[in-house]
Design a binder for this molecule. Structure first.
Ligand SMILES: [Zn+2]
Length: 466
């Protein structure tokens, strides 16, 4: 068989890997969207990487848009097979893919209007809400640990990997008559002892491994440090500076983590009397789904919810869905905490909050996760003194803070720990995907020191015989 890396090769978005057996049976692992790559993003997402009619099955590791975001386009282009995922991933895809279509339709309308494009010249969204509904009909939900057949000669099992709600590694057992082999696609590897999700589970040893490498060159701070840093940012901004604390956060995962941390601080009596807003309809929906799948959360959250009734709701916290309420926050002078998407600050309501607050020294922008270097979040994290938002140049006078320990991705030690159930000398090929080149080169060295060999860092579009 062959594997082709059609996305997330030497970069962290656009996850798409193609597995092709000797008889041309073809299975896709993820079909994600590229994000935050500037002007190239649209053309990368619009290009066809494989004839959808030739694909037997698509297996989805988790609901993040950089892994699931192009599925509706793939179905629109002619894919008729099934899309396999866990129950929580399906529930999240329902809201995340609809949100993605909604954003695209709005962006395209705005861009066409601004540039006066009409008829044939007008941009089109990659897919619409109607396309999402059609694609969702092709999803098939499979429980974790349950072996299922995806195509002739290919069985799969989802093994929870602790990254986000519903996320799982994909363990494949492939029977090519002449040879039987196993392949592990790690998906995005979560952290151990995180504040929300259960720890990653040990996947069975495999002949071939496709492993993520986002933080292949980094060690995270301890998770507990995050709560203290969050508290300091709240007190310093709202009490001392009387300003707004704006936290760009992914709607799914990071927002619930921050809310749960604030809820705990409040329960311990450490949080001052402040107003906290989660300003994102998607985050509101994602929080409801997190409540629905609370059995996937760790014991601390479950115990907390049992004692306080809701891990993601308390008196000081308000969820905002309506656009008018969001806009009102931009013009309010009242000190408050605003948690809003997107995490990279490239889109969504948080971009408006930053636009209005960035030239005010009383504002603090608290970044709590990774941002692509090209994105607005990446530029601000790097300390750029001027940025362009909505075509306007803005001087950065707001204070920029960062909490680096809250990643949903394991650092290199955690990823190596995750791989410790593998038998390094039995792995025939280990591929590193979903990482920037520097992180991948470092991770390769760390893996070699840990006894792994035959490690490859594929180029975009590169194929390997297995
Ligand atoms: Zn992810």
């Amino acid at each position: 068989m062959k594997v082709k890396f059609a996305g997330a090769a030497k970069t962290v978005t656009g996850s798409k890997h193609i597995l092709q057996l000797w008889d041309n049976t073809t299975v896709l692992l993820d079909y994600g969207m590229y994000q935050g790559l500037g002007k190239d993003t649209y053309s990368l997402n619009a290009s066809e990487i494989i004839d959808p009619k030739k694909v037997n099955a698509l297996i989805l590791s988790h609901a993040h848009i950089d892994h699931s975001g192009l599925i509706p386009k793939f179905v629109k282009d002619g894919y008729e097979g099934k899309i396999y995922c866990t129950p929580a991933t399906y529930a999240l895809c329902e809201i995340m893919l609809r949100d993605s279509a909604f954003i695209q339709e709005a962006d395209v309308r705005y861009s066409n209007k601004r540039k006066g494009r009409t008829g044939k010249d007008a941009y089109e969204p990659l897919y619409t809400l109607a396309d999402v509904d059609i694609a969702l009909n092709q999803f098939e939900v499979i429980d974790t640990h349950e072996k299922f057949n995806v195509a002739p000669g290919v069985d799969a099992t989802f093994i929870p990997n602790g990254h986000i709600l519903g996320s799982a590694a994909v363990y494949l057992e492939i029977d090519e008559i002449s040879e039987k082999s196993t392949l592990l696609f790690t998906g995005d590897i979560g952290r151990f002892n995180t504040s929300l999700i259960r720890d990653p589970e040990c996947p069975p040893a495999a002949d071939y491994v496709i492993c993520e490498s986002t933080y292949g060159d980094r060690l995270h701070n301890r998770n507990e440090d995050a709560e203290q840093e969050l508290l300091e940012a709240v007190i310093d901004t709202l009490k001392r500076k009387r300003g707004k604390l704006i936290i760009p956060a992914f709607s799914l995962g990071r927002t619930q983590e921050i809310v749960f941390a604030l809820n705990k601080l409040d329960l311990y009596g450490l949080l001052p009397d402040v107003k906290i807003y989660v300003d994102s309809p998607l985050a509101t929906d994602a929080t409801n789904i997190t409540r629905d799948f609370s059995h996937l959360l760790n014991r601390e959250v479950q115990r907390f919810a049992a004692s306080r009734s809701d891990a993601f709701g308390f008196r000081k916290l308000t969820y905002i869905k309506r656009k008018e309420d969001s806009q009102a926050l931009n013009f309010s002078k009242e000190p408050c905490v605003i948690i809003s998407a997107s995490g990279m600050a490239d889109a969504g309501r948080v971009k408006h909050h930053i636009f209005h607050g960035i030239e005010d020294p009383s504002t603090t922008l608290l970044f709590v996760g990774y941002a692509e270097p090209m994105s607005l979040g990446g530029k601000l994290q790097r300390g750029e003194k001027e940025v362009t938002i909505f075509g306007e140049t803005k001087r950065v006078k707001a204070e920029i803070r960062m909490i680096t320990s809250l990643s949903a991705h394991g650092d290199y030690k955690e990823m190596i720990h995750y791989l410790s159930c593998q038998q390094p000398d039995k792995i025939k090929k280990l591929f590193l995907v979903h990482g920037d080149p520097d992180a991948q080169t470092s991770f390769k060295k760390h893996l070699e020191e840990a006894g792994f060999s035959a490690i490859f860092i594929p180029e975009m579009g590169e194929s390997f015989e297995l």
